[in-house]
Each structure stands twice: as C-alpha cells, then as structure tokens.
Design a protein around this ligand. Structure first.
Ligand SMILES: Nc1ncnc2c1ncn2[C@@H]1O[C@H](COP(=O)(O)OP(=O)(O)OP(=O)(O)O)[C@@H](O)[C@H]1O
Ligand code: SF4
Length: 321
C-alpha cells in the first residue's frame, strides 16, 4: 500500500488494491474532494442520512472565510425569519463543533438534548423552530471541545442521521469559519441528497474578501452551489439620526464587486447595528426586537427580496427563499 500526502490536507492519500478499497478511506475527512478517485468507499451512513433527509425540503449551508464576520448571527436570523411564517417548519443545525454560539444567540444556552425512541430531540425555540448544537451536549458553555477530525465527523454524522428532525421545510446549517473537517463532512454526508447551496458571509474588508474567494473555490471544488454572498457590517447607520457612516472605507461594497467579477449572486449588505450584539447576547431575535432598524430591513430584503430586485446599485439582486 503506497501513501502520499493529499493536496487538500495532511491526511494521506492512499493507493490500494481493489480488495482494500472498501475500508481504505473510511473516516477520511477529504473523501468529498479526494482527487485520487479511489477514496470513494461507500459509507453506509450516507444512505441512512439520505433517507433521513428525504423529509427535508430545503438545505442551506452558511459559510464564511473568516471568523467573527456574523455567520452565526445570520444563520440564526435566517432561521427566525423563515420561522416567522408559522406554516414553515425550520431547523437550525450548528456544526461549529469547537465554537458553538448558536445556543446563546437563540436563547437556549444551558439546554440539554433529550433522547427519545426515534433519536435525539432538537431543542425548540418555537414550535416550528428546532435547534441542534454540540453546545447542548456540554455540561458548561465554557467547556473546551478539543477534537480531531474523525471525532467531529462522527458527531456531524449523528446530527444528520440520529436527530429526530421530523418533516422540515428548511434546514439551515451554521458552519465554522474557513474550510475545515466540518465542511467536508457536511458536504460528504449530504452529497446523496439535494442541497440548495451555500450563503457566504463576509465583511467589506479585503482581508475577509480574500478568504471568501477561497470559500468560493471550495464550493466549486465540492460542487456545492453558491446561493450568494452577503456583506455584513457594511457601514453604520446611526440608530439616533439614521446618518450612514462608512466604518471600513474605501472597501465597503467590495463584496458586490467581487461577486460581479466572479459571476456569483450578491445577496445584499447588512449595516452594523450595535443592537444586534445586544439581542444576540440576550438570545432574542433582532428581527422582532428592533423591527425598524436598517439592519433588520436589509436582512428581510435578503431573505425575501423587495420588488426592486433589478436595482443592483443598492443591494439585493437575488434572494435566498
Ligand atoms: N451587522 C452587525 N452589526 C453589529 N454587530 C454584529 C453584526 N453582525 C454580527 N454582529 C456581532 O458580531 C459578533 C460576531 O458575530 P457571529 O458570532 O455571528 O460571527 P461568526 O462569523 O459566526 O463568528 P465565528 O464563526 O468565529 O463563531 C457577535 O457579537 C454579533 O452579535
Ligand atoms: S451619526 Fe454620529 S453625530 Fe449623528 S447622532 Fe449618530 S453618533 Fe451622533
């Protein structure tokens, strides 16, 4: 058996005899993008996940190149936004194994997962909005999760296969920043099902946009459709006088330009609003706490675009839902 280092990481890319293929690639986090063409050992869990996910109409992954750009905030509010329609059943899955922030943002910190006959039960924010996160499995929010790839893969597999999600209209998956084991696992495990695609969150600065380009390349490599890019923390609209200041000049609007250059949908800009941090810290939806904030209106436009969708000079030119 010959072993070489895989271009996509340190996991060895291996060359096996036909007989060895079945077990050879088991557990490798790079299977979804392995260029060898050999690492395709069927994982029985993929079939089980396919069956479980058959009752989920839409699956949306939320990605970002950098940490702290507002990905979890966006994921949570996208879930809240969809669930504001009581006819829709929504689930929010946090696969940021080492830094789960969803339980706090949706006001479920300290909650624990319950086991039922049909698997783990999600924890519910509302009757039509269920959440699953490793945060619900920790005894304290301050516990550190120091896991290597295969263990993270195992938990993500369990989240997709063993949680009693029920019939869902939308499954929103909040991921860690970058392109790590968690992303590869989610893409690999969902590969046999229909995934709507990824929403990529960035801030206007070039350092963040640089990493978004990597994220876009990742999506292209693993054949994950890109729903579009959101520029978060894009300018500051003063809550007192509505004056708009560009906090990060001259790069505000950089995401739209990047999208035009790369021929990717630009979904819109969300301004900075200090009240978002307050709502998230209190575990409340900013959409209902401050319904008239320019940031709330921008988020709602991104979820359900207004009629002026052809006006690309302003913001939304595409929609998510
Ligand atoms: N538009 C905004 N205006 C003001 N504060 C914001 C905005 N978007 C997000 N925030 C705040 O920025 C902080 C980081 O957001 P969040 O945790 O969602 O980022 P993230 O990209 O998920 O980070 P990580 O992936 O590293 O966990 C939070 O305190 C959040 O409340
Ligand atoms: S924009 Fe600046 S000066 Fe105007 S109210 Fe806001 S903080 Fe004050």
């Amino acid at each position: 058996m010959a072993t070489t280092v895989n271009k996509t990481g340190n996991f060895p890319r291996q060359t096996f005899s036909e007989a060895g293929k079945a077990s050879a690639c088991q557990g490798c986090p790079n299977q979804a993008i392995c260029a060898s063409g050999i690492a395709k050992a069927p994982d029985p869990a993929i079939q089980e996940i396919k069956e479980k996910m058959a009752s989920v109409k839409h699956k949306i992954l939320v990605l970002s190149g950098k940490g702290g750009v507002g990905k979890s905030t966006f994921s949570a509010h996208l879930a809240h936004g969809i669930a504001s329609d009581e006819t829709k059943q929504v689930a929010l899955l946090d696969v940021d194994i080492c830094g789960p922030s969803i339980p706090k943002i949706v006001g479920l910190e300290g909650e624990q997962v319950h086991q039922s006959g049909s698997g783990w039960s999600p924890v519910y924010v509302e009757e039509n909005l269920g959440v699953m996160s490793i945060g619900f499995l920790l005894s304290s929010p301050d516990d550190a999760v120091i896991w290597r790839g295969p263990k993270k893969n195992g938990l993500i597999k369990q989240f997709l296969r063993d949680v009693d999600w029920g019939e869902l209209d939308y499954l929103i998956v909040d991921t860690p920043p970058g392109t790590s084991d968690e992303h590869l696992s989610v893409v690999q495990y969902l590969s046999a099902t229909h995934v709507d695609g990824a929403v990529i969150i960035t801030t206007p600065q070039e350092v963040s946009l640089q990493d978004v380009r990597k994220e876009i390349n990742f999506c292209r490599k693993v054949k994950l459709p890109i729903i579009g890019v959101v520029e978060n923390m894009s300018g500051f609209v003063c809550p007192k006088c509505q004056h708009e200041s560009q906090i990060f000049p001259p790069t505000t609007g950089g995401a739209m330009k990047m999208c035009n250059d790369l021929n990717i949908p630009f979904l819109g800009k969300v301004p900075l609003d200090p009240r978002i941090g307050k709502s998230c810290d209190e575990g409340k939806s900013f959409l209902t706490e401050v319904p008239d904030s320019p940031a709330t209106l921008a988020l709602k436009d991104i979820f359900h675009p207004p009629h002026h969708v052809n006006d690309t000079s302003q913001s939304a030119s595409q929609n998510i839902l």
